[in-house]
Design a protein around this ligand. Structure first.
Ligand SMILES: [Zn+2]
Length: 282
């Protein structure tokens, strides 16, 4: 079997039972370094899974809560940290004229609301019906549609964001290609995804993001660069976070000290659990 992103040779890496009790094999591409479920579940299989009661129970639980202020504040807190590290705020100041944002995979649209409040003409798109409905009822500019099929009528965007979604998509390459085509001149794509850094390798099947079959791809800096190139994009900025030390209230000084060091190492050596990248047209 070969890598569905780059055609490189795959080598078996792990095997894990999914939440649907089926066993999934995860292989690593010897060329680009991405991990992927192999064979990749078909779109029909994944759709059936997401519609099954088992998956619905878990996701339904969050809907009522998802539009709450508490979740909004938590989403915005992470978003602002990422935006600061992406040097977004000084770039935003340099933009003239109307600023258009598209969030692909927006769920209930918390981040879309954040940008709209900053004066952006923001739009979120997602296929998750209940999430979109929850967001719309809060007055957010959201669209329930398939990003690959939707007709944007020639509109271009200065910023396209895609937070923690790419790992779910067997059509990851088509998504990134379409985003590249929708970018205005000088536009940027911001994307986050889980990262096969130190912890993925250390914990193997117990790694917290090894969720099969929902996560079909597991990227790192190299595989994202490789994918970007195929889509006519390049990575201009990348950092990683998630060092294994969570923020604890009233933690002793030595815990915070260790956390500080570990966070720094994860960030600069791209070894954390999550990676954030900025793409521009090559
Ligand atoms: Zn590959």
């Amino acid at each position: 079997m070969s890598c569905i992103l780059c055609g490189g040779r795959l080598t078996p890496r792990l095997s894990k039972a999914g939440r649907d009790a089926k066993n999934y094999n995860i292989a690593e591409c010897l060329n680009c370094g991405v991990w992927q479920i192999a064979p990749m579940p078909s779109e029909a299989e994944l759709n059936a899974l997401y519609q099954s009661d088992y998956f619905k129970v878990r996701s339904d639980r969050g809907y009522a809560d998802y539009a709450s202020d508490k979740i909004y504040r938590s989403v915005v807190s992470t978003l602002e940290k990422n935006l600061r590290d992406l040097n977004f705020f000084s770039w935003e100041k340099s933009l003239n004229g109307p600023k258009h944002l598209l969030e692909v995979g927006c769920a209930a649209g918390h981040a879309v609301a954040y940008f709209a409040a900053r004066g952006w003409q923001a739009l979120g798109i997602d296929i998750a019906h209940e999430m979109i409905e929850a967001g719309k009822s809060a007055g957010r500019p959201l669209l329930e549609a398939d990003f690959l099929q939707h007709d944007f009528a020639g509109q271009k965007f200065s910023l396209i964001t895609h937070w923690a979604t790419l790992e779910h998509l067997p059509q990851a390459e088509m998504f990134l290609q379409r985003m590249a085509k929708l970018l205005a001149d000088g536009g940027r794509i911001y994307l986050s995804t889980c990262n096969t850094g130190y912890f993925a390798r250390r914990y193997g099947i117990s790694w917290r993001y090894l969720n099969v079959p929902e996560h079909v791809f597991y990227f790192n800096h190299r595989s994202l660069q490789c994918l970007a190139k195929k889509c006519g994009l390049k990575v201009v900025r990348a950092f990683s976070y998630g060092s294994g030390f969570t923020t604890r209230e009233n933690a002793p000084w030595w815990y915070n000290f260790k956390k500080h060091i570990a966070d720094r190492l994860a960030r600069y050596f791209l070894t954390g659990d999550m990676i954030v990248v900025e793409f521009v047209v090559e």
